[in-house]
Design a protein around this ligand. Structure first.
Ligand code: ADP
Ligand code: MG
Length: 288
């Protein structure tokens, strides 16, 4: 049966934005009972607009803080970084150079700018340090918020917004119709996670997740008897993609994620996963 499976999976891949790297992945996909999605760029468009930014440090004006953040973000490809850089370009602000740039995996970025040590980080990073969120950073809106740290002090925050992908709604409906549970794990804050999860009608979500938490989440679901497929895009997602029964790397992701994954979702479109599962079920039902 293997040549047939290979032929089918090749056909599925070619037409449907999927790259099946592991021969058994197509066969395994019909056994999926739970899908664990990442948020940014998979369930949402991943196109961030800057909504607002504020400094809480009297010595550093908000414009200055935003410029410092830009110095770091010009070295990052994260959707948040792209949103910040686009806003600075729109404002025609010149962005200073950053030295010793480093990506803090799954948490943010850091570098030296004009003699200062600057970081732009996630809410999870603050939580880990037991630092309080600056006043005003949590709004009633479901905004993604990152924090600017200058010389180890919280200097302010940048709030951004992203939109749910229209295809996500259709995909989630298909999963529900097929009794497949859907969850989301994100490094983003509780408010955004809750808004996206309730908007899409997910079975649950995990917010402010740090890289090492993802493997635990997959293991917990497996411990409850679930056959878990997970999507991910970052280097930090690789261990969890390996732990999942079916690991799915999303399109724009890193090579490391793609190397670990069983399937690459070329267009990051959740509907392509729904089609894969349905096609897998139909194919094997016919064969038996
Ligand atoms: P997600 O896909 O859920 O955004 P990531 O692992 O890509 O997860 O990032 C986790 C969190 O780390 C982000 O939600 C964000 O808060 C922070 N982060 C990562 N990279 C950057 C960056 N370049 N600039 C600002 N924040 C970042
Ligand atoms: Mg990500």
């Amino acid at each position: 049966a293997i040549p047939l499976v290979v032929a089918i999976s090749t056909a599925v891949s070619a037409q449907n934005g999927l790259l099946i790297r592991n021969r058994t992945a197509f066969e395994e996909s019909r056994k999926i009972t739970t899908l664990l999605f990442d948020k940014t760029g998979t369930l949402t468009t991943g196109v961030f607009g800057v909504a607002r930014y504020e400094s809480i440090n009297k010595a550093i004006k908000k414009e200055e803080m935003f410029r410092l953040a830009g110095a770091l973000e010009q070295n990052s490809e994260h959707p948040i970084a792209v949103g910040i850089i686009n806003k600075l370009k729109e404002l025609k602000v010149s962005i200073p150079n950053a030295e010793k740039f480093n990506a803090i995996t799954g948490k943010g970025v850091e570098a030296r700018v004009e003699g200062k040590q600057v970081k732009v980080v996630s809410p999870g990073y603050l939580k880990e340090k037991n630092w309080e969120m600056p006043e005003g950073s949590v709004s009633s809106e479901a905004e993604t918020v990152v924090f600017v740290i200058v010389d180890e002090k919280i200097t302010g925050y940048i709030a951004l917004s992203d939109a749910i992908r229209p295809e996500s709604r259709e995909a989630i409906k298909t999963f529900k119709d097929n009794n497949i549970k859907t969850f989301m794990a994100t490094g983003d804050n509780e408010r955004v996670a809750k808004a996206v999860a309730s908007e899409l009608g997910l079975d649950g979500y995990f917010a402010e997740v740090l890289p090492h938490n993802k493997v635990e989440i997959v293991k917990d679901l497996q411990g409850k008897g679930e056959f878990v497929a997970m999507t991910g895009d970052g280097v930090n997602d690789a261990p969890a993609l390996a732990q999942a029964n079916v690991g799915i790397a999303v399109g724009s992701g890193t090579d490391i994620a793609a190397e670990t994954a069983d399937i690459v979702l070329v267009n990051s479109n959740p509907k392509d996963i729904a089609n894969l599962i349905l096609f897998g079920k139909a194919t094997y039902n016919k064969m038996i």
